[in-house]
Design a protein around this ligand. Sequence first.
Ligand SMILES: *Cc1c(COP(=O)(O)O)cnc(C)c1O
Length: 487
Amino acid sequence: MKRTPELVEEETLDPVDWASLKELGHRMMDDMFDYLQSSRQRPAWKKPTKFALNSMQHPLPQFPQDAAEVYEHFFTQILPYNTENGHPRFWSWVQGGGTPIGMLADMLASGMNTNVSIGDHMPMYVEKQVIEWSKEMMGFPQQAGGILVSGASLANITALVVARNHFNKSIRKKGLQTVNAQMMMYGSAETHNCVIKGVEVIGIGSDNFRKIPVDDQYRIRIDLLKQMICEDREAGHLPFCIVGNAGTVNTGSIDPLEALAAIAKEEQMWFHIDGAFGAIPKILPEFEDRLKGIELADSLSFDFHKWLYVNYEVACVLIRDTNIHREAFATAVNYLVPHERGLSGGPDPFSNYGMELSRGFKALKVWMSIKEHGIQRYQYMIRKNLRQAQYLAGLIQTEPSLELLAEVPLNIICYRFNPGGLEEEELNIINKEILMRLQEQGIAAPSYTLLNGKYAIRAAITNHRSRMDDFDILVEETLRIGKELMT
Ligand SMILES: *Cc1c(COP(=O)(O)O)cnc(C)c1O
């Protein structure tokens, strides 16, 4: 039992004994390197034990505890029950696996503990550098700008606020109730739910997001979009924004982006693209045709933490016209006025481009990662994941009791076990059971979706650690469990 140390006025939160904390820090570093290096040796998932869960039910600590003991708790009860999204056979949802350099960069950023919002200090310029690189990767023009945020969800909301405020110039002061006609938004029925949440948050209301039906490849039906906009105009509504998908979350489908850009232009509407993971192949020359139109968007969201494998969390929103971006968020308050010189000089504060004032140094891990690997290595990794997706699709198609449930335009594969002779409802139950067993047995961690009512085992490959034989294992084990369930 530790005694409460006497509080004296000179006390800080820094250690009294720096040497022993330094030693502990080195142990943490060694442990984390070992952890990263041994991902393949671990199960793809492990359920947290009762003991671990109970260890998160402790009352508020009143007294100091040794840092080494706190670390021990982390090491024995938290680390072993990670999501394991760094595992070579993790393909759930759309989650990247991070890298060692990203981990180190996060430590450096946290050590600097910079608030990247305002002031003349180098982290501000690092983020600006990352935004310039993002523009170059996505083919955005010189006058474009952007900001780093936590994820594509926030990136999408940021872009939608800009779109809304640009359409309704009085909205920042007067609010939405001054609009007599309803502002309307459009996107396919496959649009990610974070966009729909964004539509709610910005006060448009999800009923006023027209979910346009998709074709048999899950792409927006352009004819129905045009018709809907036309009908809405006739009804006196105000169509102001189209959201295109570069890589839908269910199947990785890419909307006809150029056609959407053309409609937006003709209708004088804002064109936003949610390219959370699917915009990333824009850095591959062979994707020029398939992702044509990204460079035409008024705004674009994409994640660094998914298919660019950067550690959680960091995403980017690019806005074609940086003045319009600034008009949506800039404020003038006495305590944030830039000065000619001193710490309060420097670049335009990032708070003029988004909702957050305090912001961490997310840019560092992106900057260090891109420098360490170079774009060529990212191109290699993305091509590898794309080849793996085709490889897995091929394995499924040659296996009579497996069924590919959607085409594979990018890195997402939806399939199910279907030995024949079963009702749809039975297939759904069996495939859900297969998925849970794949995870519980620590074999692999794909996730799931429903496609036209059919339960699909879904693998999203944004994993730089996966090898071809990992997909052989997924197929073999799916079959093994499926057959077990049939007997
Ligand atoms: C993951 C995803 C999002 C949300 O991104 P977060 O980084 O999780 O906030 C949005 N759209 C698509 C298509 C996604 O896959």
